[in-house]
Design a protein around this ligand. Structure first.
Ligand SMILES: Cc1cc2nc3c(=O)[nH]c(=O)nc-3n(C[C@H](O)[C@H](O)[C@H](O)COP(=O)(O)OP(=O)(O)OC[C@H]3O[C@@H](n4cnc5c(N)ncnc54)[C@H](O)[C@@H]3O)c2cc1C
Ligand code: SF4
Ligand code: SF4
Length: 430
């Protein structure tokens, strides 16, 4: 089976064959920056008003993009997942080889180009020298989407290609991007001479540099160079697949997290406030999908994107199971104990494999797992920002993120005594 890494290593480079990556200007230095590409454009000063890491204004941006801000008093799940019309558990009936999950994202890109809805797609492919390294790409042919499949760890200056796309005369664009790339794109969208913009987002957490990711692979397996697939699955296992065949499943609790250096995850990804890509038209993830993909359809454009897939898509209602409060408070306590470094081990080694096997059955599942993950991210962001950049904590953390952890005990940040319930939201039971 072709895999993401194999696909991109075989990537043809010439225009008309593989996706095009024009030469990129150097990045300007910025504190707390994931190099979304804006600082490499002809007007790098726009970072000051567009960056997610400065003073994000989600209510205003949600109103601009979706027509209204999130309304948790009316729709309780919007506190966690942002504005949406519906959420789905879904998969392609015929999964695309080499995709991260079933390839909904890739197929959407293909359909947008096949139907002529857009002229070009900004997304990422693998760099020629290292298939794990994301490299921004301008895709104009449906077949080129195949070289972009799969998850890559690292930062791709995607928005640097906006000017190249406009210079080529493209006015109908789609962008497939991470939350910290979508936020600045949305701030600037109305200033761009575009007739149409479709934004397909993926959730994102725990990204790091490609170099750091290779170190992690080296701790997981004696053959890191053969790994061509990695996923932190919703059943609490990391799945590795190997070039030439074979796969390995490692319970989260047995990951060598305590052997990673304390700066393994940059402060940006430890403090990022938009796990679900709240400003995308359609978010394509997996965390609430109980082994399938998880779709958050946010607006009418998102509905139209899904229509492009027709019967190719198999859908069902997302479900919930288990209780998140205990695991989330445990994560918070552990993060605080680690004092800015890696979470410490809170359990003897002999117990870890047993608990690791039980977690898929007793831990939060489906939507409850996704809510838990969002609350953990919110707590992590607040704890790290209060420690490393307290002034940023005041400007960078939106109110809805603070509300996510208001029922938990976090020293110096929340007033909860730890006995109250976390934010409760609806959702059918598993
Ligand atoms: C760093 C990272 C962390 C993620 N964390 C989560 C998570 O915690 N929870 C969750 O539900 N989902 C997460 N996702 C999304 C998930 O891994 C899948 O990408 C998503 O579910 C789509 O699956 P698919 O089969 O439709 O994708 P595919 O059809 O295989 O397409 C994947 C798309 O993602 C793009 N992409 C891959 N790597 C990058 C990158 N580094 N930067 C920008 N774009 C990229 C590719 O260009 C491609 O268009 C994460 C993705 C990334 C890149
Ligand atoms: S807008 Fe992008 S390039 Fe500019 S500081 Fe933020 S992440 Fe970095
Ligand atoms: S975790 Fe957040 S900051 Fe890091 S790459 Fe993902 S969206 Fe960007």
């Amino acid at each position: 089976m072709e895999t993401p890494a194999d696909a991109s290593q075989a990537r043809p480079d010439g225009p008309g064959e593989g996706p095009h990556t024009p030469p990129l200007a150097a990045a300007a230095w910025r504190d707390l920056c994931t190099d979304c590409g804006l600082s490499r454009t002809t007007d790098p000063k726009r970072c000051g008003r567009a960056c997610q890491f400065l003073r994000p204004d989600y209510p205003t941006m949600e109103r601009r993009v979706h027509g209204r801000a999130r309304a948790p008093e009316q729709y309780p799940d919007e506190l966690h997942f942002g504005v949406h019309r519906r959420m789905l558990q879904a998969g392609l009936r015929e999964p695309l080889p080499g995709a991260q999950w079933t390839g909904i994202t890739t197929r959407l890109g293909e359909r947008l180009l096949e139907t002529g809805a857009v002229e070009a797609i900004l997304t990422v492919t693998g760099a020629p020298e290292d298939a794990w390294r994301p490299q921004p790409a301008l895709v104009t042919e449906p077949a080129q989407m195949a070289t972009c499949r799969g998850m890559r760890m690292g930062y791709a200056p995607l928005l640097a290609l906006l000017e190249a796309a406009l210079a080529r005369g493209y006015r109908r664009l789609a962008v497939i991007a991470l939350p910290c790339q979508v936020y600045p794109l949305r701030v600037l969208e109305h200033e761009l001479p575009l007739e149409r913009l479709e934004v397909i987002g993926t959730p994102c957490a725990d990204n790091t540099t490609t170099e750091r990711f290779h170190e992690f692979l080296g701790l997981l397996t004696p053959e890191p160079e053969r790994v061509n697939y990695l996923e932190f699955r919703a059943d609490y296992y990391v799945e590795l697949r190997f070039r030439g065949g074979g796969k390995e499943e490692i319970p989260f609790l047995q990951l060598p997290i305590s052997r990673l250096p304390s700066d393994f995850w940059p402060l940006t990804c430890r403090t990022c406030v938009d796990y679900t890509n709240a400003l995308a038209d359609l978010t394509v993830g997996y965390m609430a999908g109980r082994g399938e993909q998880w779709l958050i359809v946010r607006n009418e454009r998102g509905e139209q994107l899904l229509e492009l897939l027709g019967d190719e898509l198999r859908c069902s209602e997302p479900r919930s199971g288990g209780k998140r409060r205990g695991p989330v408070q445990g994560f918070i306590d552990n993060t605080e104990r680690a004092a800015g470094g890696m979470p410490t081990r809170g359990m003897p080694d002999w117990l870890r494999p047993i608990v690791g096997r039980l977690m898929p059955y007793i831990g939060p599942r489906g939507l409850e797992l996704a809510r838990a993950r969002l609350e953990m991210k919110a707590a992590e962001s607040l704890i790290h920002l209060h420690r490393a950049a307290p002034r940023r904590a005041r400007s960078m953390v939106p109110d809805h993120v603070r509300q996510l952890v208001s029922g938990y005990r976090i020293s110096g940040i929340t007033e909860a005594g730890g006995d109250g319930e976390g934010q409760d939201s609806g959702g059918p039971a598993a």
